[in-house]
Design a protein around this ligand. Structure first.
Ligand code: EPZ
Length: 421
């Protein structure tokens, strides 16, 4: 077990390059099995979720090799349609292997994914979407057994624009006969990136990024070499870290239009934010203003994956902030630890009321989920004194050496082994 030790009060400044997006790389790695020959995914972030996805692909029989930051996936020797239980539980987002396995093998056996810290994470929308394509689904002893022998294109109506359900249906439909239309599809940019990748492999998909996605099934797909989009949540996290310290940073290889809601909120809080081709520059005032309201919504609304980081920013902002989390039912796991650092936060149902205080003080805190852990690091950067954030492995799930990126901008932060004391 590891933890981060942060010395607060140091202003961040400088430039940092944004990695490729975790939430684009994961479905693309799954989608690679739809091709009959090898795919190379360039610039994969070195994070735990990607390593787990690689192990899942290898367990299914794919050959996966690393060439620097590139991952080469050769699915030609895939021999199993059954997801490994231990790895599937460790990587929730392995659930979208279901669609890829059905698209390739017409069968998938997936352990019922458990919930996690931020919510129950049900898969009813995935299953109803696949059923609309003719998949026969039954649950046996904690396993979801999907028989896609009769799959045909069809009309899929998602009750909620679920990112994973949209991706599962896209991948299941890519190589089956007929036309599939997904209504009320999720519009997150990572879905458009998956469409670009699958089409580079010979699929015929259109509409990703809008609420209606059309897929014309094709008989064969070939491998591709593909660089996933930059990580808008990593970018937002780095901007929030700079803003927490009154800093001035520039992000390179950054997603720009996909960061619109986050940049707008940071401007409302008093930051100067300029964006150009692949570049975002932020300069923050010594003390931020409250943004007033912040409500998380499906894209293009404010991203739920940035809620914790922004909530940490409001703790020392001038004024009171009302933060409402509409996407997940339990995504305030970071509030208790922020209170221990001196924040004034009251949570009622899905709303947190944050009254800005002059400053936070360092404390020993613990990450309970990926983005909540990032939020605690951000609070530690701004706090007086030293903060120890335990649970570094949760943060490593979604950020490649976050302490190096922050340290390169002037943060005093180091990783250490977690002793028992
Ligand atoms: C993806 O999760 C992301 N993960 C999440 O990022 C992100 O928070 C989420 O989309 C929303 O943007 C990956 O892409 C790997 P959803 P996903 O299905 O697909 C409910 C991070 O920190 N729902 O859009 O699981 C669900 O419970 C992670 O990088 C159902 O009710 O999100 C949630 O309340 C966290 N039934 C809401 O919809 C279903 O069948 C949104 O979930 C599916 C989802």
């Amino acid at each position: 077990m590891e933890r981060f030790r942060v010395e607060g009060g140091h202003r961040l400044s400088g430039a940092v390059r944004v990695h490729c997006a975790k939430n684009a790389v994961l479905p693309i790695l799954a989608g690679a099995i739809l091709a009959d020959d090898p795919t190379t995914v360039l610039d994969c972030p070195d994070i735990a979720d990607v390593s787990n996805m690689v192990r899942i692909l290898q367990t299914l029989g794919c050959e996966v090799s690393a060439q620097g930051a590139a991952l080469r996936v050769d699915p030609s020797s895939i021999h199993s349609d059954t997801m490994p239980e231990d790895l599937s539980k460790r990587l929730r987002s392995s659930v979208f292997m279901m669609g890829a396995l059905l698209g390739r093998l017409r069968r998938a056996v997936v352990p019922y994914p458990g919930g996690c810290e931020i919510g129950q994470r049900p898969i009813d929308l995935h299953l109803s979407g696949l059923t609309a394509l003719g998949v026969d689904i039954r649950e046996e002893g904690g396993l979801v057994v999907c028989d896609g022998g009769r799959m045909r294109g069809g009309e899929v109506h998602l009750d909620y624009p679920s990112v994973g359900a949209t991706e599962n249906v896209m991948m299941a439909a890519a190589r089956i006969p007929g036309r599939t239309v997904i209504h009320n599809a999720a519009r997150e940019p990572e879905i458009a990136d998956l469409q670009r990748f699958l089409n580079a492999c010979g699929a015929r998909i259109a509409g990703a990024g809008s609420a209606t996605i059309e897929i014309e099934g094709v008989r064969r797909m070939r491998g591709a070499t593909y660089r996933p989009m930059p990580d808008r949540i990593e970018a937002g996290t780095l901007l929030a870290a700079a803003a927490a310290t009154g800093g001035e940073v520039e992000l390179t290889d950054a997603p720009v239009e996909e960061l619109g809601a986050v940049m707008a909120k940071l401007r409302e809080m008093g930051c100067r934010v300029e964006a150009g081709a692949g570049r975002v520059a932020l300069a923050a005032p010594p003390r931020l203003d409250s943004p007033g309201q912040l409500i998380t919504l499906p894209y293009p609304g404010f991203p739920t994956d940035m809620q914790a980081q922004m909530l940490a920013l409001t703790c020392c902002a001038r004024g009171t902030s009302i933060i409402t989390e509409t996407v997940f039912e339990n995504r305030f796991t970071h509030v208790g630890d922020l209170r221990r650092m001196g924040a004034n936060i009251v949570v009622k149902d899905r709303t947190a009321i944050v009254r800005g205080v002059r400053s936070l003080h360092g404390a020993r805190v613990c990450a309970r989920d990926l983005r909540g852990g990032a939020a605690l690091l951000i609070a530690g950067l701004a706090a007086h004194g030293e903060t120890v954030v335990e649970g570094a492995e949760l943060i490593d799930r979604g950020y490649e050496r976050l302490e190096w990126m922050l340290g390169g901008l002037g943060a005093r932060i180091r990783r250490e082994r977690q002793t028992d004391e």
